[in-house]
Design a protein around this ligand. Sequence first.
Ligand SMILES: *Cc1c(COP(=O)(O)O)cnc(C)c1O
Length: 409
Amino acid sequence: MSYIRYKNNKLFIENVSVNQLASKLKTPFYLYSEGNIVENYNSFSNSFKKSKPLVCFSVKANSNIQILKILKKLGSGADVVSGGELLKAIKSGIKPNKIVFSGVGKTEEEIRLAIRKNILLINVESENEALLINKISGQLKKKTAIGIRLNPDINAPTHKKISTGKAEDKFGLSKTNLISFCLNISKLKNLKLNAISVHIGSQILSENPFKKTLKVLEEIMIKTKMHFKFVDLGGGFGIAYKKNDRKINLKNYSSLVEKFRKKYNCNIIFEPGRAILGNTAVLVTKIQYLKKGSNKTFAILNAGMNDFMRTALYDAVHNIIPVIKNSKKNKGPLEFVGPICETTCKFIKYNKYQKLRESDYVAIADVGAYGASLSSNYNTKPLIAEVIINKTKARIIRKKQDIKSLLIQ
Ligand SMILES: *Cc1c(COP(=O)(O)O)cnc(C)c1O
C-alpha cells in the first residue's frame, strides 16, 4: 500500500489531506506516515526472517523519541553513535540488551555510560579504543561485551561522502589489523569479544558489495578460528529517491546471510536506518516568493538547508511535489531554493513544472531519514515541527522550537 499518494489531485498522507493540515499548522514541518514506518520495518525484518536477526534501527537516521517508540513496539533495537542517542534509545523503552554503540571517537564519558547501562555491544573501531574500554571496565569491575568493526576495503558504489568501507575511510580496522587484534584479545581481561561488525556505507543500491563483505568475513572466520556470538552486518540499504533508481534485491543476499549464519552458528544483527524511515515522510513547505531569474523561475521556499541538509551536504536528489496538482504549466525551468544565505541552499531544478503561485504548498519527498536529525539552527532559525499521521489522526511529535531558546547566548 502507498501511504503517501494523490486523491483527486490532492496530496494525502494516509487519510489526511496535506493541504488541510498545512492550512492549520504553520509551515514548514516534517510530516510522517506511521503506517509506512510499520510496513517498512516489517518488510525489512521479513526479508531476513529465516535468520531471525536482531534489527537495531540506526538512530542517527531519525532520533525522534516518538518514532523510536513506534519501532521499539515492533521489536526493534537501536544502533547508536553517541551518548545522547544511547540515552534517547533507552528513554524510548528500548532495552539495553538490544543496543549497539558504534563510532570512531567515543569519549570516556560515553564509554562509561555504555558500560554502566550494560548494552549488548560496544562496537570498537580502534585498538586504542579497546584499551580504554578495558581500563574503564576494570575500574567499574565489569567485563564488557564488545564487537570489533571491520573495514573490509570494499568500494560500494554510493556518494563518496557516505562511503565508510574503503581503506581510506576512517571506520573500523583493516583485515590484517583485525585478525591480529582477535588473536591478542585474551590480554584484555575485562573485555568479551562477542561480535564482529561491519558497515560499508549508506544508500547502497546493489547487493554485490554486501555479498563481497560476507566473503571477507568468511576469510576472517577461517583465519582466526574464532567463534563470534554475533555478526553485525550493519545498514546501508538504499532506497529509490529517483524514478530510475534500481531497487536493492534482498532475497538473494538474505539466503547468503542465512547460509553464513548456519555455518558459523552466530546471531545476525542489522543496523538499517534509511531503509526503515527514508520514504516515510515529506517536508511540507510554502512558496514564500516567486522570482524571475534570467533563464529560470526561482520558487523560494520557507524551508531551507537548515531544515533539510541532504541536498547541500551530499548533492542528494529529492523530488518536490505539489500539494495540489494542476494541469497548467510554468513558463520555462523552475528551481526550488531555500531562504538561507548560502548558494548551496537550493533543492532541485525542473525543466518543466506545473504552474505555482506564491503561498502554494509543496512537499519535499523522502525526507524521513537524515532529515530532521540533521537539521540545525543555522541563520538562527528555530527547528521546525514534526508531525505524524496514523490513519485519520495527526499528532505533533516535536513542537517547533521556541525562538526564545535561541536568544540566550
Ligand atoms: C549510519 C549507520 C548505519 C545506518 O545506515 P543506513 O544507510 O541509514 O542504513 C548503520 N550502522 C552504522 C555504524 C552507521 O554509522
